[in-house]
Design a protein around this ligand. Structure first.
Ligand code: SF4
Ligand code: SF4
Length: 587
């Protein structure tokens, strides 16, 4: 199986058979599972319709059910377990439950509503099938939303590969919910990671505005943001570290986002808002449905593909589009290379950099160049600390004037947001704040950001950062295999393209490598050339696009990768360096 995404748009291929297709938006399929081969067996076992392919089983089963939801749920799950027992190599991965009148009072004694009765039925079925052998490693990722019909319906996906089921470190595992949420708890994990063909995928459960075990926020805007934050936390490297996984999934890695919303009138806002949060290649689908608690207005589920592996499907990731430009995910400019903080492991060695602002004229020249050559989905105004730049409003005006990217994001540590102009708030599309444990943003600044985001409609990502990856090395790697592995896993080569000092680089680390080595007096020769010349392309070269395409698609590591851990460095606490420590580093 593989996911339908913009770039794997294989739905029209006759050779591919559809296993599942549940929603359409603007006549496009948006939530589909495709078998890799024609070799699909359709069979009904124990009342469950199964479509079986070599790498996955999609199943569906339903039953009319108006009164005894508990019993109906137990019966359906028992049939699923019985059907899957014929295929012991396949493991239940993801379950979609559609529960009739989920929030209505249950006719059964002891349950507040039909959702509680459903949870009880599911729990009993798991227990009856697995007994004492039931463990966390068997808890599928799942969602349960309301259905207006009188049919209880369950769809599921089972896969052959190993699955790691996940919890979210900020949420109570559902199985441990207190009896405030029913006699027997909901049984599901918050997400699952598994391999599908060449891709590593994270498939999340239905994710709502819940922290710990309780619902938080009453208005839609806050609930959407909390749900998105929960998805970000689920896929974050900090969360996955608990499972000995040394990578993470960002929201930009989402290829499918499915949103359930309670009130019809909220759909317009959700469509507009969520589109700004994800990459243009992410398929969005929307479905009106009751969520499992009265107070919840929205629930979001997502599928993420691990960055770095995405292009391994035979096609080159970078090519010239119809406009003759190279489409990229993201481009950034470091408009101020220095910073008002001194974080250890700063990606751009800002604590070691002298004060340096890019001039407005230089930025305009770069925009003119980009206008003809590169078309990023996102333009990041970053640094160092970009809000230190006295002409940031003019810089935003120029970048917008040249229409380089549909979205502009400012990436900041948030300490100076109180100085931003109304023009700034009005013009930005996205604001990412790294709220560092060692230098937290004041609450009144966070309140200001929220107020302005609501007023002007930009999207925010407030990241609480406790730990950083180690990034640079003092001694170079010599093991080519290790360098290649780090490079292969490194998503920065796709998401951190930059122009610095007249050269285009596929990552920011390479753009600073000469400075890093020079400041730390590391003697590293590359023959007659420098790291900047080896890893960056002069943007004035007449054949820039040709060279850039080869460079971006090249599977060989950069020269700079010898001194860089990419995104594979171990995590250590975020701390601020003292001036003395910095002096000692550079002297
Ligand atoms: S706030 Fe960001 S740019 Fe500034 S030192 Fe810390 S990591 Fe570097
Ligand atoms: S230098 Fe290599 S490993 Fe480091 S960020 Fe760039 S591409 Fe990734």
């Amino acid at each position: 199986m593989e996911f339908i995404t913009q770039s794997t748009n294989t739905l029209n291929k006759n050779s591919v058979k559809l296993l599942r297709q549940t929603a359409k938006t603007d006549q496009e399929f948006v939530d589909a599972w495709i078998s890799e081969t024609d070799d699909i067996q359709s069979i009904n076992l124990n009342g469950v319709d199964l479509k079986i392919s070599p790498n996955g089983i999609f199943g569906e089963v339903e039953i009319p059910s108006e009164s005894n939801i508990e019993e109906a749920t137990s019966r359906l799950y028992a049939s699923i377990f019985a059907a899957l027992s014929h295929y012991p190599d396949y493991q239940l991965l993801r379950v979609w439950n559609y529960v009739p009148k989920i929030l209505e009072a249950s006719e059964l004694q002891g349950f507040k509503n039909n959702y509680e009765a459903f949870n009880s039925g599911r729990f009993k079925a798991f227990q009856a099938s697995y007994g004492k052998e039931f463990s966390d490693s068997m808890m599928p990722s799942a969602s349960a939303v309301g259905s207006s019909s009188k049919i209880l319906r369950i769809e599921f996906l089972a896969v052959k590969t190993n699955v790691t089921f996940l919890e979210n470190k900020e949420q109570t595992a559902a199985k441990n919910y207190s009896n405030k949420y029913g006699q027997l708890p909901p049984l599901f994990s918050r997400g699952a990671i598994y391999k599908n063909l060449n891709q590593t995928l994270l498939i999340s459960s239905g994710t709502a505005s819940v922290v710990g075990e309780d619902s938080v926020h009453s208005d839609l805007y806050d609930q959407v943001n909390q749900s998105i934050l929960n998805l970000r936390i689920l896929g974050s490297q900090f969360n996955l570290k608990r499972y000995d996984i040394d990578y993470g999934f960002a929201l930009e890695d989402a290829v499918l986002l499915r949103t359930y919303y309670k009130n019809k009138e909220d759909e317009v806002f959700l469509r507009k808002y969520l589109k700004k949060l994800v990459s243009p290649d992410c398929k969005l689908s929307f479905m009106q449905a009751d969520i499992c608690r009265d107070e919840l207005l929205v629930e979001i589920e997502a599928v993420f593909v691990k960055k770095g592996e995405f292009e391994q499907n035979g096609k080159e990731k970078y090519f010239l589009n119809d406009a003759g430009k190279i489409r990229t995910e993201s481009f950034e400019l470091h408009i101020a290379e220095h910073c008002n903080l001194r974080c250890r492991d700063c990606c751009n060695i800002s604590p070691l950099n002298p004060q340096k602002f890019m001039s407005v004229a230089e930025i305009e020249d770069i925009c003119k160049f980009l206008k003809d050559s590169i078309q990023p989905d996102l333009f990041k105004i970053a640094g160092g600390e970009p809000t230190l730049h006295p002409e940031i409003d003019e810089i935003i005006r120029i970048i917008k004037q040249y229409e380089i990217a549909p979205q502009i994001r400012v990436v900041s540590n948030g300490l100076l947001v109180h100085r931003m102009s109304e023009y700034f708030w009005h013009e930005i599309d996205q604001l990412t704040i790294s709220n560092y444990k060692s230098a937290p943003v004041k609450q009144r600044s966070l309140d200001l950001i929220k107020e302005k985001a609501k007023q002007y409609g930009f999207v925010t990502n407030i990241k609480y950062v406790e730990q950083f990856n180690e990034i640079f090395l003092k001694e170079p790697f010599t093991d080519q295999k290790e360098i290649q592995r780090i490079y292969d896993d490194c998503w920065m080569r796709h998401r951190c393209h930059i122009i610095r000092n007249g050269r285009f680089y596929k990552c920011t680390r390479a753009a600073y490598m000469d400075d890093y080595l020079c400041i730390l007096k590391i003697d590293s020769k590359l023959g007659d050339t420098t790291y900047s010349e080896a890893d960056g392309i002069d943007i004035k070269q007449p054949d820039f696009k040709e060279k850039a395409l080869f460079y971006l698609n090249n599977k060989k590591p950069l020269a700079s990768c010898r001194y860089c851990l990419g995104v594979s460095g171990s995590l250590r606490d975020n701390v601020q360096l003292s001036k003395k420590e910095i002096r000692e580093m550079v002297e």
